[in-house]
Design a protein around this ligand. Sequence first.
Ligand code: NAD
Length: 392
Amino acid sequence: MAKQILILGGGYGGLLTALTARKHLSAAEAHITIINRFSTHQIITELHRLAGGTIKEQAVALPLQKLLGDKDVNIVVDTITEIKPNDKQVITSNGAYTYDALVIAMGSETNYFGIPGLEENSFVLKSASDANRIREHVEGRLDAYKASGNKADATIVVGGGGLTGVELVGEFADKLPEVCRSKGIDFNDISIYCVEAGPAILPVFPKVLIERAVSSLEKRGVTFLTGVAITEATKNTVSLKNGQTIESNTIIWTGGVKGNPVVGSCGIAEDRGRATVTSTLQSTSHADVFLAGDCAVVFPEGGERPYPPTAQLAWQMGETVGHNLAVQIKGGAMEKFTPVFSGTLGSLGRKDGIGTIGGNNTQLKGLPASLMKEASNIRYLSHIHGLFALAY
Ligand code: NAD
């Protein structure tokens, strides 16, 4: 009888698990169901461009039905509320599911670090609808500024100078001059702040590339405040550790991520809210539960620092999990997860970027970096056969 495989999450980890498992398992061998809170697979590495208004939603939200519909994968759009690994059961807002093998690929959540007022008063950039909300809000505030001249409406504060925050201010720096022109507002009236608690933005990059990012974005109107943490937010103010207060009606928080609480509290083994895994990506406490993506914490063999929560790792974890699911059902040898790092690329608007690529960390900047980032997105879309899903 066909085994029931249940995949929780339709992001990078979940989608690649489904595609890979289906390559190895026929419909007679396994029923595959994927549960996702959206009907689309979202390319979250490009959300900043949707928030800035340089691309359309269709470019970052691909219908799961288009990607999986011909692969005998049952797609359920629903919110997962509880996982009961000891009962082999998953509860959603609208139902309950049982399984023979479970894959948890539910990603991460925004970490507000308990900073007062932040969760209630800031936007985040975790989904296409978040990106749409940011774009619409910014446009609305610019209209309000035009009407009232209230400087808080012309001030955007992005909290966090990691890749999410920097790529987002890069889009604003590129797009807002055009938006302002169309509304009859002087772009020089607009303030775009990126506030970073650490001594520098983008600590994953070498100093020379960090300097390049700062000077490129400062020239285009971004102000970086580094070495100063956000300590509180209200509807129209951001307080900083140095006592400064910025009046702003647009606060966007990109200050970090944490494990998904539904996963962290479900009873499988975890470490600070992220599921711990074996080298074959099974839960260290439940062999019938596999993990892919940010909701798991994966350490290099013998290493003390876990791998970073990135899309490229989630994608590769999904492929390992897909293969190992087939082995668990049909027999054979499971694969150990051995990630390949192709590099890190960050965009600084449409025509500029920085990156380190390849085993020897070759540095890239400018147009080559932004073209390489574009190419890596296309490579991913072609890998999931998503290019055709974009066209419709
Ligand atoms: P992050 O954790 O990498 O960066 C968050 C930043 O916010 C940190 O630099 C931190 O010091 C800062 N911060 C924390 N508290 C603060 C406070 N109170 N005030 C001001 N600043 C504060 O988060 P991210 O940028 O969302 O990235 C998450 C993961 O996704 C990372 O592994 C990243 O590399 C990856 N990512 C990759 C890409 C890409 O490859 N282009 C794009 C986006 C994210």
